[in-house]
Design a protein. Sequence first.
Length: 400
Amino acid sequence: MITIDEHRARILEATSALPAERLPLAAALGLVLAENVTSRWPVPLFDNSAMDGYAVRRADATAGAVLRIVADVAAGSSEDPSLGAGEAARIMTGAPIPSDADAIVPLEQTDLGTAIQETPPDQITVLTAPTPAAHIRPRGEDSPAGALAVAAGTPLGAWQLSSIASAGHDHVMAIRAPRVAVISTGSELISPAGTPKRGQIPESNSVLISAAARSAGAEIVTVVTVADDPAALRRALDELEADVVILSGGASVGAFDVVKAVLGGERGVRFDAVAMQPGKPQGFGVLDSGMLAFCLPGNPVSVAASFEMFVRPALRRLAGHTTIERAQVIRTAAVGWRCPPGRVQVLPAVIDGETVRPATNRGSGSHLVTSLAIASAFAIIPAEVERVEEGDPVTVMVLS
């Protein structure tokens, strides 16, 4: 057997960020920025009001002063009204500051308060004298023109996209999402909604893998189920146009393990026994087309563990992320459990505050798929540990 680290290192050595493409902001959510974005303009673009109120000359706006209202400046207005001695302009939040004004008196600091008036009043009485530049957002206060708005390598969430738009851009160069094909193999598989006959089971691996890949930032381009028929698998592979193909089932040493027979025998994928439980049989290779091929076991818990340990880090790297691993924390074992000798245990688990427990009390079998429904983590137990005792510190991979 080889170690988890050895298998993962071989995968990541073959994995690098995909090419970037120019995309509208609406299509870039979740992708990684490929080039620095700088501000086309200063932010804010002009001196503007931070409050609804009155633009004043501080020299006139002493406490108790009565000011004549000579203009009304709305957000988006291009007007620059003149203000003489004893004059002020009603102004809305975000509106440009009149050149003659040097402070804002908020509505609530006048005798008229915040009562809504469709037309500006004839005059106001200032209750509290404003401080210098009170409630004025100066031009370029956030950033000057040419300043870095968002750095290359940044994952693009809603806040980053907003910053890019504020910097004057509606497109970005972003690393494209990996295109993933999913193939489930097995003559026993039927549609989840079908009625199984003897020996048949609902096909769930493609649902698991597709959803997990999408959560990792991938685009799913193909999902197929193939019987244990080498010719059918070859046809399915030849029709693919993807960056990655993820196959489940048929990767072990059984007489009908079609994935190993086709990809190992004809297409150069290397199959290994990895010292982990579940998920011992693993295959990986780069096909002639350049497509990365992951060959995972067939049992659902094995698929989930294998995806998290090997596939997800590769998809994250293809998408340009610098952080490719899940966060890990230390929690205290709430109960004791047995571990497989000589293999790292990757156990679906539930975190309860500062403790962790297995998601099922029936062991760590790769077939215990119902444990996945409540699992929020994987407990990672070293190969040399034969039993976890209640109270032991446990390394936990957090899945959310």
